[in-house]
Design a protein around this ligand. Structure first.
Ligand code: ADP
Ligand code: MG
Length: 420
């Protein structure tokens, strides 16, 4: 039946795009046929369209589980901007007041709403069950599905309850989407969502346009960053720091150096945060200094650099965060500052957590350290982490390929000679 739908026409009509990217069409057909679907696609690959387009075609309302309020708002604005009718997309989360919630109920019940974004907490809430049972659900889309797994970089316990809640509401096909493709996370997602038979669509995770570099973190790090930004005037960039305090400090330093920068972290009130986000999207500011609370799902295609002031807690996190650069296929410079003592600090933070959690955390940190310390192609190491073999000898777009280091063995031999 779905073979007769001209999806290209639908794509053009709703989104104005001429062709599908990667596996999008096959994914959409699989979902339209009523099958559970699992999508592993890197950031910027075009995952949203894989549920947005079918939701517009199918009867009923699609429920999209999404972890962040900022992300939901961003997507709902995009979808509503595509249509002349109002209420095609809505979100339901703790930020809405009573009147806004009633408007959502009304639009859903009157069949206007094709996409309903919900926070996992809102989906799982007992009080909402009656509402979710009161309309036809076309399918469930679980975006950022790695949040289900403790092996992912952004574990959210509420994600674990999605399947039990779906069972209470009523079955419909499930599509899970993530940019995290390690085996452990994959298995976790399938098991937790009860979609072990889902057809899997995995695209390559190589982001050829991203340049990867690791620098030793030294005392002049602020100066290095300022210099870098001044060499890229007017370009949009994100700088990630581990702590809110450092975010505030660095943003102040940049501003004092005439850089249009702003701080972003979860400790700021939501009005300030959404203002900062808008300022960044509208290019009133160039550089966001942020904790990892910033960026998930933010659709700014021309972010030109992502700098990690502190080494990230996992390689997956690193891949995701750097993935926000160069989404338009243009240049994306990714620099991480690494100091072994930062790693030790992170390990220390974990003390007091349950042992199993500590073990996971330490293993993830070790993998990050290996990436930072390697003299091999960074792309090869990153892709290997995602179970993908990068066969080219030289990627031509990472520090190690562009400026090969002296072989470690050689260095050690040299040290021995010097000591002798
Ligand atoms: P992801 O969720 O996988 O990180 P998004 O869904 O946010 O990626 O899409 C990334 C960008 O690609 C968006 O700007 C989106 O509009 C664009 N895009 C998606 N599908 C297509 C397509 N078929 N043709 C052109 N652009 C597309
Ligand atoms: Mg996405």
């Amino acid at each position: 039946m779905t073979a007769t739908i001209n999806l290209n026409e639908q794509l053009k009509h709703h989104f104005g795009f001429d062709s599908f990217k990667g596996d999008q069409e096959a994914i959409i057909r699989n979902l339209l046929e009523g099958n559970d679907t699992f999508v592993l696609m890197p950031t910027g690959g075009g995952k949203s369209l894989c549920y947005q387009l079918p939701s517009l075609i199918m009867e009923g309302t699609a429920i999209v589980v999404s972890p962040l309020i900022a992300l939901m708002k961003n997507q709902v604005d995009v979808v509503n901007g595509l249509s002349e009718e109002s209420g095609v997309a809505h979100y339901l989360n703790s930020s809405l007041n009573r009147a806004a919630i009633n408007q959502v109920y009304k639009d859903v019940h009157e069949g206007r709403t094709k996409l309903l974004y919900v926070a996992p907490e809102s989906l799982n809430k007992e009080d909402n069950l009656e509402f979710f049972r009161s309309f036809k659900i076309s399918f469930y889309a679980i975006d950022e599905a790695h949040c289900i797994s403790e092996w992912g970089h952004d574990f959210r316990p509420e994600y674990r309850n999605i399947r039990p809640t779906i069972n209470k509401i009523g079955a419909a096909p499930v599509i899970a989407l993530t940019a995290t493709a390690t085996d452990k996370v994959r298995m976790d997602i399938k098991k937790s969502l009860g979609i072990t038979d889902a057809k899997e669509f995995k695209s390559s995770f190589n982001r050829a346009n991203l340049y990867y570099e690791v620098r030793q973190k030294t005392n002049d790090i602020d100066k290095q960053i300022i210099k870098f930004i001044k060499q890229h005037p007017g370009k949009s960039g994100i700088i990630y720091c581990i702590s809110r305090k450092k975010v505030e400090e660095l943003a102040a330093v940049l501003k004092a150096n005439d850089i249009k920068a702003a701080a972003y972290h979860a400790g700021l009130d939501s009005a300030t945060r959404s203002q900062t986000q808008d300022d960044f999207l509208m290019e009133r500011i160039d550089v966001i200094v942020a904790t990892i609370a910033f960026g998930m799902g933010i659709d700014k295609p021309d972010v030109r650099f992502v700098i990690h002031y502190d080494i990230p807690k996992s390689l997956e996190g690193y891949y995701q965060e750097t993935g926000r650069a160069g989404r338009d296929g243009g240049e994306g410079i990714c620099i991480a500052f690494y100091a072994y003592k930062d790693l030790q600090k992170l390990e220390k933070f974990m003390e007091g957590k349950p042992v199993a959690e500590q073990d996971i955390g330490k293993q993830l940190l070790q993998e990050t350290a290996a990436y930072a310390e390697t003299s091999m192609c960074r792309r090869k190491v990153l892709l290997h982490y995602f179970g993908e073999e990068y066969t080219k000898e030289n990627c031509g777009n990472c520090d190690n390929c562009l400026h090969p280091k002296v072989q470690r063995d050689g260095q050690e031999a040299l040290l021995i000679v010097l000591k002798a």
